[in-house]
Design a protein. Structure first.
Length: 216
């Protein structure tokens, strides 16, 4: 990473919490579907957009080669994102060019995720790019501790595997994870009215389908 990009990253990471999301975000409950606050922020939006574009190009350089080495299932998962990518481009037009065909959101961070967790809302696989000091990726289900050195990439199913990251020695933590929300993969827009309310007023989706079929 060049000095100018480091300064942009530093500016953003100086925010409380030491991490931030860039790119598209689909919130829990799907009430918001759009670019993250940092990406479109008044103060840091331009720097964030440049950093997002850098992440796209950085990941492209590595994933073009890495993709061919992955299990066939993951290669198919990545290829299957072509259709939802067209959906994203239809909604966000030129803005979508800042995003990778293999991910729509990145989280930059300079700290470790010590709590064990899964990311059940994300489509598999996720890509973890480590470009700072070495760290350990801990996969609790397999009792594995995998060392990630500078510029290493980890590809794994965060939606099923319990995982965390811990320090592997001295140095400054720099990394980003890149992922694709299941709801974006399913081409879901924002949801402002609950399904329960819609079902009560309009009938269930199954009932609507039956009515349409009967009227043909």
């Amino acid at each position: 990473m060049t000095a100018s990009r480091c300064s942009r990253t530093r500016f953003l990471l100086d925010k409380p919490g030491g991490n931030f999301k860039l790119g598209l975000y689909h919130s829990i409950g799907h009430t918001y579907f759009g670019f993250t606050g940092y990406t479109k922020g008044k103060d840091e939006g331009k720097s964030a957009a440049k950093l997002l574009n850098w992440a796209k190009n950085h990941s492209k350089a590595y994933l073009l080669t890495t993709k061919t080495l992955l299990p066939e299932e993951w290669q198919q998962d990545m290829t299957s994102r072509e259709e939802p990518n067209r959906f994203v481009h239809s909604v966000f037009k030129r803005q979508a060019k800042l995003l990778s065909p293999w991910w729509k959101t990145v989280t930059f961070f300079n700290s470790f995720t010590n709590h064990v967790h899964t990311d059940v809302l994300d489509h598999q696989p996720l890509f973890l790019f480590n470009f700072g000091a070495p760290c350990y990726l801990v996969l609790q289900d397999y009792n594995l501790k995998i060392q990630l050195d500078h510029l290493d990439i980890a590809v794994f199913n965060t939606n099923t595997l319990r995982h965390s990251t811990v320090s592997a020695g001295d140095g400054e933590r720099w990394a980003f994870s890149a992922f694709y929300r299941k709801s974006i993969y399913a081409e879901m827009g924002p949801s402002h009215i609950s399904n329960a309310v819609l079902d009560e007023i309009l009938g269930t989706e199954e009932e609507e389908t039956r009515i349409r079929s009967a009227n043909r």
